[in-house]
Each structure stands twice: as structure tokens, then as C-alpha cells.
Design a protein around this ligand. Structure first.
Ligand SMILES: Nc1ncnc2c1ncn2[C@@H]1O[C@H](/C=C/CNC(=O)c2cc([N+](=O)[O-])cc(O)c2O)[C@@H](O)[C@H]1O
Ligand SMILES: [Mg+2]
Length: 214
């Protein structure tokens, strides 16, 4: 059985990246996916917007939905202060060991907990099972039609507090129209749009920041 694209990305990282150096892991993935096989990592261009938003949030507890190969988990975790942690939800069992290995190579396994399951099932467990009080930062990068229902679920589960920052990828491509409709018409969110480009492509995309005002 020949290897999956995700396995080939891991091969490239384990062969080329410097162990314990998150930047070199990110550069390796961006080089591989930019030159050989496109993959849906947030990438180096949108990654700058992610970095800036994480620095603004300076989260103690961060959540990501859609681990995939762990690229954005590394981007987020490398910026976390000591004792801060990232929970990353992923439901595809094929991707989880690959993401874990790539995060391990980056030396960030202590800061990242990958939770296997569907976001809609995991979110209601975060308080009790994962000892979360509230989330300081949330990165949405999973199925686009889950962005809106999962945001509502985060609210309903009392996981957002005044000032919690949400950042959503792919607002233009593939697009998340229901999420945009919900978040921009809801007076409890202060929204900012960041026009940018799709990872590794000359295709327009955008990211949306939404600050929960409580
Ligand atoms: N409810 C859920 N709970 C847990 N994990 C879930 C989930 N829904 C999806 N996932 C996981 O999140 C990733 C999917 C991302 C969809 N992104 C995309 O479809 C995507 C597509 C393009 N594109 O087509 O150019 C570009 C991008 O940046 C993209 O993020 C996969 O790893 C998938 O297994
Ligand atoms: Mg994306």
C-alpha cells in the first residue's frame, strides 16, 4: 500500500528538519507543500496572521479545531508562555499519529494535547474531562460548515469569556458563509477581516478574528 500524502510530509520533516526546532519544521512543511504536494496547512503567509493573533491573545489555554498534520499546532504552541497549553481536536485517526510525530520533532509535545474525536462531541467535555475553565484563544480550521455551530456550542458550554479571541481560516476559500453571517450579525463579537492568500497558491483567501465581548 503506498504512503499517504500526510505520511510523505512526515517523512520530509523527519528527514530534513532540525529536531527540537519548530521553525525548521514549519519551513520544511512549507517547502515540501509549496514545491511538491499542496496540503491544507495554514501556511507561511496566513501563518503570520495566526502568529500575530496568538501574540495578541497571549493565551494560557488555547483550542484548535482541525489538527491535520500539526502545522498550525506548532505555529501556536511555539509562541505559548511557560505552563500555557494548546488542545487540538482531530477526528481522522490516520492524521493523529502523523501530527503527534511532527509535533514531537518540533519539540512541542509537552504543550500540545491532541484530542481524538468530533469537535461537537469534544467541546462539551472540555470543562470536566480536560479541566478547561475558559478558552483564551480558539483557531477554527476544520470543516467549514462546523465553524458556526461549534462557535455557538463554545458559547453554550460557557467556554468563552470577555476577551476570548477566535480566529477562523478560509473565510474566502473554501469559505465559511454561515459563520460570517452569524459572527458579524452578533453584537457580542467584534470582528476584523484579514484579506490574505490561500496557502501556497495565488488564490485569494481571508481570515476572520472575532473577539467575544461577553
Ligand atoms: N468536526 C471535526 N472535528 C474534528 N476534526 C475535524 C472536524 N472536521 C474536520 N476535522 C479535521 O480537520 C481537518 C479538515 C480541515 C478542513 N479544511 C479544509 O477543507 C481546507 C481546504 C482548503 N482548500 O480546499 O484549499 C484550504 C484550507 O486551508 C482548508 O482548511 C482534517 O484534519 C479533518 O480530519
Ligand atoms: Mg485552512
Amino acid at each position: 500500500m503506498d504512503q499517504s500524502k500526510e505520511q510523505r510530509i512526515l517523512n520530509s520533516v523527519s528527514y530534513n528538519a532540525v529536531k527540537g526546532d519548530p521553525e525548521s519544521v514549519l519551513n520544511c512543511i512549507d517547502k515540501y507543500c509549496g514545491q511538491y504536494e499542496w496540503a491544507m496547512n495554514v501556511g507561511d503567509e496566513k501563518g503570520i496572521i495566526l502568529d500575530k493573533t496568538v501574540e495578541e491573545a497571549d493565551p494560557t489555554v488555547a483550542l484548535e479545531m482541525g489538527t491535520y498534520c500539526g502545522y498550525s499546532a506548532i505555529r501556536i504552541a511555539r509562541l505559548l508562555k511557560p505552563n500555557a497549553r494548546l488542545l487540538s481536536i482531530e477526528f481522522n485517526p490516520e492524521f493523529i499519529p502523523i501530527a503527534k510525530e511532527i509535533i514531537e520533532i518540533a519539540g512541542l509535545s509537552e504543550k500540545v494535547t491532541i484530542i481524538e474525536g468530533h469537535s461537537q462531541d469534544i467541546i462539551p467535555q472540555l470543562k470536566k474531562k480536560y479541566e478547561v475553565e475558559t478558552l483564551d484563544f480558539v483557531f477554527l480550521d476544520h470543516w467549514k460548515e462546523r465553524y458556526a455551530p461549534d462557535t455557538i456550542l463554545l458559547e453554550e458550554c460557557g467556554l468563552l469569556r470577555k476577551g476570548s479571541i477566535l480566529l477562523a481560516d478560509n473565510i474566502v476559500y473554501p469559505g465559511a458563509p454561515e459563520f460570517i453571517k452569524y459572527i458579524r450579525s452578533n453584537s457580542r463579537y467584534e470582528c476584523t477581516s484579514y484579506p490574505t492568500f490561500l496557502e501556497y497558491m495565488k488564490v485569494e483567501d481571508a481570515m476572520e478574528k472575532a473577539v467575544y465581548m461577553g
